[in-house]
Design a protein around this ligand. Structure first.
Ligand code: UDH
Length: 288
């Protein structure tokens, strides 16, 4: 009998259709607030039931249109992470994605390197699963409308268009920070992010330049839908504005071929699997 039920299970899974272009499970505008204190435990009780170890999910009734890895650069932002997990997991489920959440945690207290953590996330996620699309997402940004789909498109896509902190107005037509999505092909085409933007600033502009330099353009969802709330915080320690970064962001053409995925060096220190995420602690070889 065990054998028979095995076979019938296989048969049903083979007959799943591809999920519809517009997920029927979307809600639209959402209530998002960061006043409530959330513990990891309480968030796990809230969203953990439909997730698989490592923060993995697949829609149960159809085949997802895309396999998406969510990459979050991280150090010491546990309170933000709890809010992010509480709100964003249900959104990604409503969007019927086959996805996994990867928190890339910079070890030690050397200068922070957001871009290098993104590159590491890309490489580490691909070691686990054949993801097609990569969402590079800051931990302090929570979408407030689930119609803003975390899906890759023909061109690299900037999702965090309208943020409450900036009165829901895009700061610049070249803005590409916050939350952005690239397909594997698009990310390889630009050699990923630069690894050499230490401290705050510039790495997102450099990525934008890389995209243009490689003949692509960027796309954005409608600002009416692409709305985010940012969790308020002070500037972190060891992530001061680095004035060298703004200059460096003007030298994309010189760096793109030699500084990026093809020059990435790091050491994985620990991989921790929770129901809600894969937490990878890395040594990014920060300068002394
Ligand atoms: N990040 C961390 N830990 C850090 C630094 C950065 O996890 O110590 C990650 C996190 O995902 C964050 C992202 O990197 O969302 C971007 O860094 P950021 O939040 O410092 O950048 P942002 O532009 O803020 O959001 C800059 C400082 C704002 C000071 C405002 C004072 N009113």
């Amino acid at each position: 009998t065990t054998h028979t039920s095995d076979v019938s299970h296989k048969t049903t899974s083979r007959h799943l259709d591809v999920c519809p272009d517009t997920p029927p499970t979307l809600v639209g505008p959402l209530l998002v607030e960061f006043e409530t204190k959330r513990t990891l435990e309480s968030v796990r009780n809230h969203v953990g039931f439909s997730l698989h170890q490592g923060g993995r999910y697949k829609p149960p009734n159809c085949i997802a249109k895309q396999k998406v890895a969510i990459i979050i650069p991280f150090r010491n932002r546990y309170e933000h992470l709890n809010h992010w997990l509480y709100y964003v997991h249900p959104i990604l489920m409503h969007q019927q994605l086959d996805y996994g959440v990867y928190i890339i945690n910079q070890e030690g207290d050397g200068v922070f390197n957001r871009a290098k953590l993104m590159n590491i996330g890309f490489v580490e996620a691909l070691r686990e699963y054949d993801y097609e699309c990569f969402a590079f997402a800051d931990v302090d940004l929570v979408p407030i409308d689930d119609r803003n789909l975390y899906r890759c498109s023909e061109h690299p896509r900037h999702l965090s268009v309208a943020i409450d902190k900036f009165n829901y107005v895009l700061s610049s037509v070249t803005a590409f920070g916050g939350v952005s999505l690239l397909s594997e092909e698009q990310f390889l085409k630009v050699n990923g992010f630069s690894n050499t933007f230490w401290g705050w600033g510039g790495e997102d502009d450099d990525l934008y330049n890389r995209i243009i330099f490689r003949g692509m353009s960027i796309s954005r969802p409608d600002a009416k839908i692409a709305k985010y709330k940012m969790i308020k915080h002070k500037r972190d320690l060891h992530n001061e504005v680095n004035p060298k970064n703004a200059i460096k962001a003007k030298e994309t053409a010189i760096n793109i071929d030699t500084d990026g995925l093809n020059s990435l060096n790091y050491t994985v220190k620990e991989i921790l699997k929770d129901k809600m995420y894969t937490f990878i602690t890395v040594d990014v070889q920060a300068p002394p």
